[in-house]
Design a protein around this ligand. Structure first.
Ligand code: NAP
Length: 248
């Protein structure tokens, strides 16, 4: 597997979960990968080590994607080390769940800042370079919640619906420069984010999933690798649901 050899990739929130799986998969396909994290330095370094141990190239980059100065510093460091950017995966995300009537303003603001503003900040800086390169792939991780809503997730669903709007807008603005922009909308995936779900909540969701199981991070990574590769060259502005049929 070396479909992405010679390419560089930056994956936000790659210290754990889906981002980690995407970083490992892109590296396995030959890309040199930048692993962004916010607080989990050791976990991010372990992902980089795993890539290097199998002969790949990886570096870790701390940045809070919700913070413009932090993102700018990360991209500056990234370009010093990698020179070009072929693939950006906007994966970093958080939840602060609460029902509408009890949701605090801070819960709303934190989720919008990390999930939506973070996607904007990284996309803007990546696009500036990709426009000059006249090529690039941007892959945004949205969610089933952003397409269909989810009780207890007004902040999160709004952020992920916003990511879909950003994806389509960026696809329209950047298509003429050879850049594709697509989103993946995962359903329920086994990661730290979903580990907190009670057995009851889990059962209720799984009852709606035709494939009758949760997804694994590697299944989202496979979709990201497809969108990053040559075979997806004529796909842009799309949202690919990877959800076991939850959204049917
Ligand atoms: P996770 O296991 O909680 O991991 C989240 C990752 O995002 C971590 O690497 C974390 O870094 C990073 N992150 C969070 N806030 C950040 C910030 N401000 N700046 C930089 N990095 C930040 O989550 P996951 O389940 O893998 O989710 C990954 C993406 O998929 C998210 O966008 C999520 O909304 C989306 N998604 C997940 C599911 C699911 O069922 N799991 C379903 C639909 C969509 P640190 O470790 O350094 O904090």
């Amino acid at each position: 597997m070396s479909k992405l050899s010679g390419k560089t990739a930056l994956v936000t929130g790659a210290s754990r979960g889906i981002g980690r799986a995407i970083a490992l998969r892109l590296a396995a396909e030959g890309a040199a990968v930048a692993i962004n994290y916010n607080g989990s330095a050791e976990k991010a370094e372990a992902v980089a080590e795993e890539i290097r141990a199998s002969g790949g190239t990886a570096s870790v980059f701390q940045a809070d994607v919700a913070d413009a100065a932090s993102v700018a510093a990360m991209f500056e460091r990234f370009f010093e080390e990698f020179q070009r950017l072929d693939i950006l995966v906007n994966n970093a995300g958080i939840t602060r769940d609460a029902l509408l009537i009890g949701m605090k303003e801070t819960q709303f603001d934190e989720v919008i800042a990390a999930n939506l503003k973070g996607c904007f900040l990284c996309t803007q800086l990546a696009a500036k370079r990709m426009i000059r390169q006249r090529s690039g792939r941007i892959i945004n991780i949205s969610s089933y919640s952003g397409l269909h809503g989810n009780a207890g997730q007004m902040n999160y669903a709004a952020s992920k619906a916003g990511v879909v709007g950003m994806t389509k807008t960026a696809a329209r603005e950047l298509g003429g420069r050879g850049i594709t922009v697509n989103a993946i909308a995962p359903g329920m995936v086994e990661t730290d984010m979903t580990a907190a779900l009670s057995g009851k909540a889990r059962e209720a969701i799984l009852a709606q999933v035709p494939l009758q199981r949760m997804g694994c991070a590697e299944e989202i990574a496979a979709a990201a690798a497809f969108l990053a590769g040559d075979e997806a060259a004529y796909i842009t502005g799309q949202v690919l649901s990877v959800d076991g049929g939850l959204s049917i």
